[in-house]
Design a protein around this ligand. Structure first.
Ligand SMILES: Cc1ncc(COP(=O)(O)O)c(C=O)c1O
Length: 386
């Protein structure tokens, strides 16, 4: 049996809603024209509530990694000491960027699958006998599906030493979580277009506060395309320093409109309800979860099949029999876990489909009857939460 309707459930890229795709396909306009200035002004401004930012949000035409790099090059001077919290593959990405440019990099390792323990982290900061300029962390570590306690972490760092800049990678959760730069004591928050913001890949976002803006101007680390001062200057003229992806800027505006229509609070609640229902459903199918309930991200969920063979079997069967794409593990978790992305325009019933498909695949593979076990649990939780 072949299913033509495909379901993309990776933690990015995510499905792009038809009405957004239609906007993206509008006729091209010149990027140095008033047509684009109108589009750009609306996009910079429209993203503010999504990022919990007082300032308009910067938009770069590049992938998420570019703003991980930009956030470092515009905050950290060449001789500064700074800390990177590494709890998975994207913490490692920050580490690799840091080690490309800097020599005084301090790595704080967190066991993969666990959230950072704020008290222990502050004790670690206290134990460093150097002045720390900045702390870098993921918000959601996509590779393990942990959501770090960013509000508590930001406030604890601020309380420890308010001079430290707190830089957060929100690539895989912004658009699905409550965030507020001022309340969470975040100085720079970066993200990308292809995840909860449900656009195609190609745009990267930077939200920043006044302190960070001043810092961008003082930092001497060499950078060119990633010099955020250039983007701030252009933004004041509703423009960008280099040729932008005009089509995706239109997509940003269509995305912001759709969030307004649904209501941002409802968008967030929908993500959490789906997370809760999926976790219960996976447990009902005798699948272990990598992350505990408290630290689980509302955007992506990791589960642990029995062994490598089962991992491969589930992933392949989902794709070949049901046209559903999910993601494998990264780093040392490759071959051990599978990850289901559930962010963007995802409805509970999309995720119900993957639960139903898992029931069929596991019933056949494990030779036990699991039919109805996961779907009943899923529907029960959704019924209670929505
Ligand atoms: C948390 C996080 N940070 C950074 C990135 C890198 O983004 P990109 O692949 O768009 O460069 C990703 C991509 O999956 C991510 O999930």
């Amino acid at each position: 049996m072949h299913y033509h309707h495909s379901l993309l459930l990776t933690p990015g890229p995510t499905p792009v809603p038809d009405h957004i795709m239609k906007e993206i396909q509008s006729p091209m306009v010149g990027h140095r024209s008033s047509d684009f200035e109108e589009i750009a002004e609306e996009a910079f401004h429209g993203l503010k509530p999504i990022f919990g930012s007082q300032n308009d949000v910067l938009i770069l035409t590049s992938s998420g990694t570019s703003v991980l790099e930009a956030s470092m090059l515009n905050i950290v001077n060449p001789d500064d000491h700074f800390v990177i919290i590494v709890s998975g593959a994207f913490g490692n990405r920050f580490k690799q960027i840091a080690q490309t440019y800097y020599k005084n990099v301090h790595i704080y390792d967190v066991e993969w699958g666990k959230a950072v323990n704020v008290e222990e982290f502050i004790s670690y900061l206290k134990s460093l006998n150097v002045t720390i300029t900045a702390v870098f962390s993921q918000f959601c570590e996509t590779s393990t599906t942990v959501l770090h306690p960013i509000h508590d972490l930001g406030n604890a760092i601020h309380h420890f030493n308010s001079d430290i800049f707190f830089v957060v990678d929100g690539v895989s959760c912004i658009g699905a979580v409550d965030v507020d730069l001022a309340k969470d004591k975040i100085d720079v928050l970066v993200s990308g277009s292809q995840k909860a913001i449900m656009l195609p890949p190609g745009l990267a976002f930077v939200a920043y506060n006044q302190r960070a803006k001043n810092r961008f101007q003082q930092v001497t680390t060499p950078r060119f395309y990633l010099d955020l001062n250039k983007y701030i200057t252009s933004q004041a003229a509703h423009s960008t320093p280099f040729t932008p992806n005009v089509a995706l800027f239109r997509g940003v505006n269509a995305y912001v409109e759709s969030v307004k229509t649904e209501g941002f609070n409802h968008v967030i609640e929908r993500h959490y309800a789906i997370r809760n229902a999926l976790r219960q459903a996976l447990k009902a199918l005798n699948l272990d979860l990598l992350v505990n309930d408290h630290d689980a991200s509302p955007t992506v969920t990791a589960f642990i099949p029995k062994d490598k063979e089962e991992v491969n079997h589930i992933k392949n069967e989902l794709k070949q029999r049901f046209n559903i794409t999910i993601a494998g593990g990264q780093g040392h978790l490759k071959g051990h876990i599978l990850r289901i992305g559930h962010m963007g325009q995802i409805s509970p019933f999309d995720i119900l489909s993957v639960v139903a498909a898992l029931e069929i695949i596991l019933s056949d593979y494990r030779q036990v009857n699991l039919i109805g076990q996961g779907t009943a649990k899923f529907t029960e939780v959704i019924h209670n939460e929505i």
